[in-house]
Design a binder for this molecule. Structure first.
Ligand code: IPM
Ligand code: MN
Length: 334
């Protein structure tokens, strides 16, 4: 029937209500997508947190999923469901663009940078043990294979969005072996992309410069190991107004999951107060990825115009519209 089917993981807390807004906006814009909503309430498989089979099959069949926030249980015996999803589908590159939103004033204007985070290893490898009482080790695992994969993706992505510069962010002065391997792999991969400028920068310096003059990073795609990417992407989000405004894409060879990075906000769940923009912008990345860029452009314009106008924005942005009123304002512009 000419339609695409996409898996929808609505998520916890505010997940279902912001998901509803995405669905309403997509049908108003006549995007040729049918949603397959799946439940990812984790099961135990061989004593480990796992995604239910039906959800796995759905994502594998559809290649693409959109995901709302999932609560992460803190403490021993639990593995983050977000990480379990990334691992289950081997989503090795996490793309996090960060662009100023028109009309939403922060001390920084014209932020426009793209961060790509290695998404499968580093400090997130989950290898931890107690050596003796009072002495523990958390292993930062770096492999050439995973580094090369995300770096190659980084150069290709830079090319695809018309940026001519890839910068690798690291701390190889201290993490001599792990970050050293990441950086030397980057130098090798860079040889295959002579048309793209390549350099490296120390992580602390990147943070300093980013909050001093983010425009420096406008022509670039930044690529970095997992934990650095986690931290720096939140810092960048802070420059433009927070996680309510930043999208994210987890890319793998077999499938990709597009997600809002913010939490499930249980305190405001069910009250129609949430801001669906991050999930909406993630769904725009999804449309681009699927080759539905014309739909993405049209909806993105309606979102940005609504934000710029400022009449129908949610409380987190200083407005007094509900989630639904904001979505209706976007629909009215389509
Ligand atoms: C993110 C989140 C996750 C991470 C958490 C929820 C496990 O902070 O996507 O940035 O640390 O990667
Ligand atoms: Mn994070």
């Amino acid at each position: 029937n000419g339609n695409y089917t996409v898996t929808f993981i609505e998520g916890d807390g505010i997940g279902p209500e912001i998901s509803r807004s995405v669905k309403e906006i997509f049908s108003a814009a006549k995007v040729p997508i049918e949603w397959e909503t799946v439940d990812v309430t984790p099961i135990l498989k061989d004593g480990k947190t796992a995604i239910p089979d039906a959800a796995i099959q759905s994502v594998k069949k559809n290649y693409v999923a959109l995901k709302g926030p999932l609560a992460t249980p803190i403490g021993k015996g639990h593995v983050s469901l977000n990480l379990t999803l990334r691992r289950t589908f081997n989503l090795f590159a996490n793309v996090r663009p960060c662009r100023s939103v028109p009309g939403y004033k922060t001390p920084y204007d014209n932020v426009d940078t793209v961060l790509i985070r290695e998404n499968t290893e580093g400090e997130y490898s989950g290898i931890e043990h107690e050596v003796v009482d009072g002495v523990v080790q958390s292993i930062k695992l770096i492999t050439r294979k995973a580094s090369e994969r995300v770096l190659r993706f980084g150069f290709q992505y830079a090319e695809s969005i018309g940026k001519q510069h890839v910068r690798v962010v690291h701390k190889a002065t201290i993490m001599k072996m792990s970050d050293g391997l990441f950086v030397s792999t980057a130098r090798d991969v860079a040889k295959d992309f002579p048309q793209i400028e390549f350099d490296t920068e120390l992580l602390d310096n990147t943070c300093l410069k980013m909050v001093t003059d983010p425009k420096v990073y406008q022509p670039m795609v930044l690529v970095m190991p997992n934990l650095y990417g986690d931290i720096v992407s939140d810092m960048c989000a802070g420059l433009i107004g927070g996680l309510g405004l930043t999208p994210s894409a987890n890319i793998g060879d077999e499938c990709s999951i597009f997600e809002a990075v913010h939490g499930s906000a249980p305190d405001i769940a069910g009250k129609d107060l949430a801001n669906p923009t991050a999930l909406l912008l993630s769904s725009m990345m999804m449309l681009q990825h699927m080759g539905l860029g014309a739909h993405a452009d049209k909806i993105t314009k309606a979102i940005m115009d609504t934000l710029a106008e400022g009449k129908s924005i949610t409380g987190d942005l200083g407005g007094n519209a509900t989630n639904s009123q904001y979505a209706q304002a976007i629909i009215a512009k389509l």
